[in-house]
Write a protein that binds this ligand. Structure first.
Ligand code: MGD
Ligand code: MGD
Ligand code: SF4
Ligand code: MO
Length: 694
């Protein structure tokens, strides 16, 4: 009997930020099965249905297999030479006529560190602009901002292992059993073994069933919840005075601020019963070791970056940081969103979050790359779209992001893409965004390339190629380095390993990283020159000039949108287990059979009032747009709220989301959108008899 597979490659999952290690088995150039790597530090022999089964997309007939060029409005196949020549000609012309800042690029947080390194170097050194950003902008940029201000490093303070070492945990604005399923399963196991779990989410998420307490705040009121928790901790004498004294600054202002946030006052704002808030504070405050985990229900708000700072306050005032079991764990989203940001695919920082305006840093990069570099911070993603509409941005190079589906305010995004003189997309499929491209470059998925991803624990892990790219598709790394060469800047990086050597040489937190040292278990940055890594940060000192962590005294402020007479319901958007973001990959796998379409979750009381039955088509209208979607009636959501995801182009959820965004980072307020929901009279479908007669 023939072998079922002829090659096994140990690699890292390319979907979410858990970073499961996988064994990919291939036969005759196709992935035939994927199994969990038993020694994977984050997954310990487990995977979810995406990592294990959602690989058929890799040989989908719809994969991009040749470059495509638009001519007279139509896309046609082209050679790599032709596509490259077109890109060089257009970008050179625009740079000559309008300057380098008329060009912007997006790096893909689905791609490797090495790919993102090449992308930011291409924009900075070959084009000459800091107009480079990545999807962390629309995701955890508020977390990054808060952690850097409060503690120092832009990363989780601990590891998933802290879940098992904790006596209690707060999970706020995250739904790990759908978004980070293997971490979700570890939390379930820990809860079954005594972890006292508090969930804070307007929806009754699955983990609420495993916890000791669930708090359901009104969307956008997290700050009040956290200030109320701090109030009770102070009132009950649960503040770690010695820790606060020895290792932090700014607590006095916080103590003054929280006096006003009594449980009663917080109940008014959030709808959370005062007794529940008090109980939650006691569970966290009295635990020996306790961790806080969070997601987009914290960040994707008008004051998301402030709320993330308030989370740091809680850990600091109780001294619950820097020990096994006491961690701050943001559940970073994409497989490599931590990494793309670490690599400096951001408009204001080089790798390691060092400002582009810092003369010493900029000089080091100029010396390494042999070109002058701009000291002016570039545009963030929403500013890029505004500049395109205003006619100031003329070209974009979008590498692995489907902004026309996933960014907010779709109408504005599309207008921006249409306004550009020249758009290049580098993807593995045609998408809503490539519909506006002048050149489309066929790239490789995570199953077809080598390099590294960095997971939500700051763990840098190796990625191996299980199969070859299809047709004439190339790896992202090869495409980007070749383009840079064609634009006149030869990076001198032949392979991803060369890029990692350069990253290590130019980035203090990566100083000791080599592929050999990463081995099968990876390393958690910062990695010292001798290869010692850091599973737990801040045991001794915080990464601030004075070595101390900083409290932030920030009051509750109202969200950017609110229900009113015309738009009486609040829409929350988020994720489904079976599909991944734009869905380009999961919709091309058997996961589509598990979840074939999107739906809107609606509480039975609202459904009755609106005359909507389960399964009915409804129209959802916001201040900026309208969609149609089928309703599902569930009491996991509170009356007054509705929920949907954004994985299907058939339902352009982001038509509904407006321009409101986090005040410090421009992360969109995807989680609070006032809407009006109405039943739609569906046209009677043609009967089979009529159809065949036609
Ligand atoms: N299956 C699957 N997994 C994924 C993804 C996917 O698309 N599909 N995407 C990946 C990415 S990019 C990311 S960033 C992560 C995201 O992972 P999560 O952060 O878990 O994602 P969401 O489902 O968007 O939002 C989490 C929760 O926030 C809650 N929430 C909304 N508003 C509020 C609020 O005001 N307060 C509180 N306390 N909670 C609120 C929502 O009800 C929701 O349950 O998932 C990653 N993993
Ligand atoms: N309403 C609403 N909208 C949201 C959110 C929300 O909660 N609510 N969440 C936001 C968040 S957190 C995020 S992170 C964004 C995600 O939004 P996106 O980053 O746009 O979504 P993805 O589907 O992860 O991937 C983008 C593209 O990368 C391509 N791709 C995948 N792997 C590779 C590769 O290796 N190389 C190349 N070249 N291309 C590749 C895919 O085909 C896809 O077209 O969505 C945001 N949108
Ligand atoms: S939990 Fe995340 S990393 Fe692990 S298999 Fe699932 S999608 Fe992949
Ligand atoms: Mo994300």
């Amino acid at each position: 009997m023939a072998e079922r597979f002829d090659r096994t490659t140990t690699t890292t999952c390319g979907y979410c930020g858990v970073g499961c290690r996988l064994e990919a088995r291939a036969r005759e150039g196709r992935v035939v099965s994927i199994a969990p790597a038993l020694d994977g530090p984050a997954n310990r022999g487990h995977t979810c249905l995406k990592g294990r089964f959602a690989h058929q997309f890799s040989r989908s007939r719809e994969r991009l297999t040749t470059p495509l060029i638009r001519e007279d409005g139509q896309l046609r196949s082209a050679s790599w030479e032709e596509a490259t020549a077109r890109i060089v000609e257009e970008l050179t012309r625009i740079r000559r006529e309008r300057g380098p800042d008329a060009i912007a690029g997006l790096a893909s947080s689905r791609a490797t560190n090495e790919d993102c390194w090449a992308m930011q170097r291409l924009m900075r050194a070959a084009i000459g602009t800091n107009n480079i950003d990545n999807c962390s902008r629309v995701c955890h940029s508020p977390t990054s901002y808060a952690l850097r201000r409060s503690l120092g490093y832009s990363g989780a303070t601990g590891s998933f292992d802290d879940i098992e070492h904790a006596d209690a945990a707060i999970i706020i604005g995250a739904n790990p059993t759908e978004g980070h399923p293997v971490a979700g399963a570890r939390i379930k196991q820990a809860a079954l073994h005594g972890l006292r779990l508090v969930t804070i989410d307007p929806r009754r998420i699955e983990l609420a069933d495993y916890g000791v307490l669930h708090l359901a705040p009104r969307p956008g009121t997290n700050a009040a919840v956290l200030l109320g928790l701090a109030h009770v901790l102070e009132r009950e004498g649960l503040v770690a005075r010695d820790f606060v004294e020895a290792r932090t600054t700014g607590f006095d202002a916080v103590r003054e601020l929280i006096a006003a946030y009594s449980p009663q006052a917080v109940q008014e704002i959030t709808g959370i019963p005062a007794a529940d808030l008090e109980a939650a504070a006691m569970i966290y405050g009295q635990a020996g070791e306790a961790s806080i985990l969070w997601g987009l229900g914290v960040t994707e708000h008008k004051f998301g970056s402030e709320v993330a700072q308030l989370l740091c306050n809680l850990a600091l005032m109780t001294g619950k940081v820097g020990r096994p079991g006491s961690a701050l764990l943001p559940l970073r989203g994409q497989n490599n969103v931590q990494g793309s940001s670490d690599m400096g695919a951001l408009p204001d920082t080089y790798s390691g979050y060092r400002p582009v305006a810092d003369e010493t840093v900029a000089r080091a990069f100029e010396q390494a790359w042999g070109v002058p570099l701009s000291r002016t911070p570039g545009m963030k993603i929403p500013q890029m779209f505004d500049a395109a509409v205003a006619g100031d941005l003329k070209a974009m190079f979008i590498f692995g992001e489907d902004v026309a589906q996933t960014d907010p305010n779709t109408t504005h995004v599309v207008r921006a893409l249409e306004a550009l003189d020249f758009l290049v997309c580098q993807d593995i499929f045609e998408t809503e965004t490539t519909a506006y491209a002048d050149v489309i470059l066929p790239a490789s998925s995570f199953l077809e390339k080598t390099g590294t991803f960095t997971n939500a624990e700051r763990r840098i892990q190796l990625v191996g190629a299980a199969i070859e790219p299809p047709g004439e598709a190339r790896t992202d790394f090869d495409i980007l380095t070749a383009l840079s060469r064609a634009l006149g800047h030869d990076m001198g990086l032949e392979a991803p390993a060369d890029a990692m050597r350069e990253i290590a040489a130019l980035t203090p937190e990566f100083a000791g990283v080599t592929y050999e040292r990463l081995g099968r278990r990876g390393l958690q940055w910062p990695v010292a020159p001798d290869g010692t890594d850091a599973p737990i940060l801040y045991g001794e000192r915080f990464e601030q000039p004075d070595g101390r962590a900083h409290f932030a005294a920030l009051p509750y402020k109202e969200p950017g949108d609110a229900a009113d007479d015309e738009f009486p319901l609040v829409l929350i958007t988020g994720r489904r287990l079976e599909h991944y973001n734009a869905g380009t990959m999961t919709r091309r796998t058997a996961n589509l059979e598990l979840l074939p379409a999107e739906w809107l979750e609606l509480h039975p009381d609202d459904a009755a009032r609106l005359w909507v039955a389960d399964g009915d088509l409804v129209s959802v209208r916001s201040r900026v747009g309208r969609i149609e979607v089928h309703a599902r009636i569930t009491d996991r959501i509170e009356p007054g709220h509705v929920f949907t995801a954004f994985h299907f182009p058939e339902v352009r959820t982001n038509l509904l989301v407006g321009a409101s965004a986090d005040v410090n980072t421009s992360c969109p307020e995807y989680k609070v959108v006032a809407v009006d929901v109405r039943p739609v009279q569906e046209a009677p479908s043609a009967t089979p008899a009529l159809a065949s007669a036609g």
